[in-house]
Ligand binder design. Sequence first.
Ligand code: UD1
Length: 420
Amino acid sequence: MSERFLVTGGSRLEGVVGVGGAKNSVLKLMAAALLAEGTTVVTNCPDILDVPLMADVLRGLGCEVELTDSSVAITTPAEPKYHADFAAVRQFRASVCVLGPLVARCRQAVVALPGGDAIGSRPLDMHQSGLQLLGADSTIEHGCVVARAEDLNGANIRLAFPSVGATENILMAAVLAKGETVIDNAAREPEIVDLCNMLVRMGAHIDGAGTSTLTIEGVERLQPTTHRVIGDRIVAATWGIAASMTRGDVRVEGVNPKHLGLVLDKLRAAGAEVTPEPNGFRVLQRERPQAVNFATLPFPGFPTDLQPMAIGLAAVADGTSMITENVFEARFRFVEEMIRLGADARTDGHHAVVRGIPRLSSAPVWSSDIRAGAGLVLAGLCAEGVTEVHDVYHIDRGYPRFVENLQGLGGQIERVGTAS
Ligand code: UD1
């Protein structure tokens, strides 16, 4: 049987936990290395599978990639290849972020479509129409996004929704386009700001990082650089929510607390004492958490990636919580697994109503994606008995040393079985 976690409920999490670089940043920064000939170094890389997978995608495009402990050195040739084939990209969706850089460098790109996802449909229409406005005709052919441009010229682009991936792809194409590009309704996530900071260090001209209007003045070429990935706010918040759910006392280090403003406010509303620190924060929850409503929204709203943990918190809180999912429609599928753990939860379209109970009850449960898996483990920490969490390879894709970190905080969890 493949690897699974055995989680024994009842312990209170206590202690200090460090977080590494953000998964949702590092992959885009690695893709950005395609934009400059020479060696770009990305440091503070998290130890997760998607990093070597992205390294393989880049190798397939002609780069030399050297991975060490927590950094990656990418040497991009003068003329990268422009075809990222299915074998390389099929394992993770984020690989689609090579599209913008390839269009910028090669004036053409063929990137296999990564396929479906457990959290809902993930179309690329905004990526495509943005690149089209810059001059890159884009079609879907034989399972690939194909983009070709005679020339890339700056344009005014208004996104219908502040998509993280579309903002990144358009941005990475626009930095090498001729003239000015304005992206309106751009995503404002800290990971976008991280990417902008790296691109500026490479010689790009970008104004408005962190706002919903990005103005980019294209340059002829970029230079390689060295860049440190920001801390992973989603991993950090997972530990903070776990502290609250277990009435624990946890200090999280390695993240900018400003990236978690609303999340920390929600924990305060649940009754936690939350103290921001220069490089992290502390969550101390003395009493049973109070019910809190959550609505997921693009940054600075409550992150959709934390919705499963919010459901976990609601499941053990005192009172009834309403959780609204506004970003990925199918993300509530995992609630069925929470119900197996005894959660009193009902979903209807975009809404979940969760009536908290003092103690969940252990059961075998299955992770369907990274965040759902983490949410189930947190629920298992609050369940009577031993909860068996299956398909934990999902969790390993987003959380480096998940079991060790949780054990370090006093959580009773062990990994059993063999990797499939
Ligand atoms: C990124 C994150 C993911 C996070 C999400 C939202 C990475 C690797 N992943 O995903 O963890 O949950 O941001 O914060 O960084 N959409 C369209 N058309 C498009 C693009 C998106 O309709 O062309 C829709 C999506 O279906 C979804 C919404 O826009 O409903 C948000 O998606 P987006 O922000 O693009 O998410 P990702 O970049 O895929």
